[in-house]
Design a protein around this ligand. Structure first.
Ligand SMILES: [Zn+2]
Ligand SMILES: [Zn+2]
Length: 75
C-alpha cells in the first residue's frame, strides 16, 4: 500500500475519499458519500450516452486556477 496524494491539492488521500480522473488519470479527493461538496477536488457525473460514472479532477475541469484548493470558501 503506497500512500496517494491528490492531483489537485497535493494532500494525502484515503481509500474512502479517492477517485480517479477520467481526463488525466490522477487521483483526487472525492467523498463517495451522498453529501455534496465537502472538500471535493473534482466532480463525478453520469455519462449521458453510456450511463457510466465519469470523474474529473478540478485541474481538468479548469476549476483549480494556480492549483489552489478552496480552503475556507463558502463553508
Ligand atoms: Zn485534494
Ligand atoms: Zn484530471
Amino acid at each position: 500500500m503506497e500512500s496517494l496524494t491528490c492531483t489537485v491539492c497535493g494532500g494525502p488521500l484515503t481509500v474512502e475519499t479517492t477517485a480517479y480522473c477520467n481526463g488525466c488519470g490522477g487521483a483526487f479527493h472525492f467523498s463517495h458519500s451522498a453529501d455534496p461538496g465537502e472538500d471535493d477536488c473534482g466532480q463525478a457525473w453520469v455519462h449521458m450516452q453510456f450511463l457510466t460514472l465519469e470523474f474529473g479532477c478540478n485541474v481538468c475541469l479548469g476549476r483549480a486556477p494556480g492549483q489552489e484548493p478552496p480552503v475556507g470558501m463558502g463553508h
